[in-house]
Write a protein that binds this ligand. Structure first.
Ligand code: SGN
Ligand code: CA
Length: 534
């Protein structure tokens, strides 16, 4: 394994004079956004590709490897982050819902990297509550954080930094790279953006971006969930019925605006966000949206036309936020270049889960359907990852901790549940790679009202179980039905496929030791389980 050659000065005060050589373990720059769906990344070939939403992230993919079958294990912010830090599923790391408080005393990979000689830093959204452990330096947004002039919590207290959140977080990371990093020590730098999380507030310089184009619509914008189990018809994440013109799309929103009763179930961050803007920022904001809002009022849209208009406003604001994140990736790459660190730094881009950008008529995430199950995962590792390569192995956020540890040459603890992706990044195809992934979502009742469910996804099929209200199942053939519109569960001709997937699903539950499912499973399934694959 690669090793670090350190020329320690004889004078203790000068012990920072270490030299990183070509054989040093690589640095790790982890750029992580919130709710950035793969289909809003040019390199992922989704239906938004024509908009060219992410030139810098695409460039990263051209220089490295892109994982096409990358999934989360619980499609929501805090839980996804907890899985990444621990390499353990939600039921093992204890952070199953956003409402939980993360136990920072537990084993997490940044602590292990530190033990292995890395300098570690974290900036941006944590969403795990409590002061982060395992980092030499950090600054985190309180909770969801604010888009404009956000407060950040530093080890020595909380203070406001003016500017757009994506820029503020990037500035902190750039400053750390230039001024706070110990030259010669390998580092882990985690840059965790709030964007493009709801409610979608772009930077002032991006407010008019895409004004001159019409966003392509997703093929399932008007999905009626006719073939789904009941939960898909009882959610609260539809652009039509639940996305609010003021709260989500800022039509006529002023800082004095009061939260309408219809929106009581939502948190109040949109209002806090607007109140936070300076008069100058608000003027620019109103100048950009005012003419669009007047045109909207004149048009008096209803029915599908109104849905289409809301979709346009939403998708544009979402992609304007994505633009800021993409620029951050560009700036960070340029900074590495400027500091001569590019050749020995592994750069990873990912996001905590996927998102519905009008797919199935929705926004938000949580479901095990493809759009929110998928996570971007792109790795640039000079001399190791083949530039422009793509990988189709099934991977999860469960694997990141193990991957970072192997990159650092540090041992991977036995109790981590994922598997290092280093062989895949190197272009190998391990014969015993997993053939299915496991998923379990818990946060109910909560915003958007998606009930608990778990499931299995293989290369081709998906089986999901909604177990809270009765015993509802869905099964899809992703090859013939990538949009998951035809539920195959219960078809007599597919009996053996169904029972095979069920057996695998229960085998995975046993393998990961997940007994958090409160439903009763038939004993027959328990008896037939095959040993799980890791
Ligand atoms: C907020 C959002 C929800 C979102 C959750 C979880 N409401 O409550 O729409 O589902 O966060 O998101 S908002 O009023 O803030 O817009 S997560 O990414 O943090 O899990
Ligand atoms: Ca998220």
């Amino acid at each position: 394994m690669k090793y670090l050659v350190a020329l320690l000065s004889l004078v203790p005060a000068l012990s920072v004079l270490t030299v990183q050589t070509e054989n040093s373990p690589p640095n790790i720059l982890f750029v992580f956004s919130d709710d950035h769906a793969t289909h809003a990344i040019g390199a992922y070939d989704g239906w938004l590709k024509s908009v060219n939403p992410t030139p810098h992230i695409d460039q990263l993919a051209e220089e490295g490897i892109l994982f096409e079958n990358s999934f989360c294990s619980n499609s929501i912010c805090g839980p996804s982050r907890a899985v990444i830090l621990t390499g353990k599923h939600s039921h093992k790391n204890g952070f199953m819902n956003n409402g939980n408080t993360f136990d920072w005393n537990q084993q997490i990979f940044p602590k292990l990297l530190r033990q292995a000689g890395y300098q570690t830093a974290l900036y941006g959204k944590s969403h795990l509550r409590g002061h982060p452990q395992g980092f030499d330096d950090w600054a985190v947004l309180p909770g969801q954080g604010l888009y404009y002039n956000p407060d950040l919590i530093f080890p020595d207290g909380r203070r406001r930094i003016d500017g757009h959140c994506t820029d503020v977080v990037t500035d902190l990371a750039v400053q750390w790279l230039k001024e706070k990093r110990t030259a010669g020590k390998p580092f882990l730098l985690m840059v965790q953006h709030k964007a493009p999380h709801r409610n979608w507030m772009p930077a002032l310089r991006h407010l008019k971006l895409y004004d001159d184009i019409s966003m392509p619509e997703p093929p399932t914008l008007f999905d009626k969930y006719e073939d789904n189990a009941p939960p898909a018809r009882h959610q609260e994440l539809e652009i039509d019925r639940h996305m609010d013109l003021n709260y989500d799309l800022f039509v006529d929103l002023t800082p004095e605006f009061n939260q309408p009763a219809s929106q009581q179930r939502q948190d109040k961050s949109a209002w806090h966000n607007m109140k936070r803007m300076t008069p100058e920022q608000l003027r620019t904001w109103r100048a950009a949206y005012g003419p669009k809002d007047r045109a909207f009022h004149q048009a008096k849209l209803t029915g599908p036309d109104l849905v289409r208009w809301k979709f346009q406003r939403y998708a544009k604001n979402y992609l304007r936020c994505v633009k800021g994140v993409d620029e951050s990736v560009g700036r960070l790459q340029a900074t590495l270049e400027e500091l001569g660190l590019s050749d020995n730094t592994v750069v990873v881009y990912s996001s905590d889960q996927g998102f519905y950008i009008g797919d199935h008529g929705w926004y938000d995430k949580r479901w095990m359907y493809e759009e929110s199950l998928k996570m971007p995962f792109i790795v640039k590792w000079p001399e190791v990852a083949e530039p422009g390569s793509r990988n189709r192995h099934l991977i999860q956020n469960l694997d990141y901790a193990e991957t970072f540890l192997e990159i650092a040459g540090a041992p991977i603890p036995e109790d981590m549940q994922g598997r290092s992706l280093v062989p895949l990044i190197e272009g190998k195809s391990p014969a015993d790679w997993r053939r299915s992934i496991y998923y379990h979502y818990y946060e109910y009742p909560s915003y958007h009202m998606v009930p608990r469910h778990y499931g299995i996804r293989t290369e081709r099929h998906k089986l999901m179980h909604f177990y809270e209200f009765g015993d509802e199942w869905e099964m899809y053939d992703l090859k013939t039905d990538p949009d998951e519109l035809t539920n195959l569960y219960g078809l007599a001709r597919l009996e053996s496929l169904t029972s095979g997937l069920k057996r695998q699903l229960f085998a995975l539950q046993r393998h990961y030791e997940d007994d958090s499912d409160v439903s009763e499973k038939p004993d027959s399934w328990k008896r037939q389980v095959r040993p799980g694959t890791r």
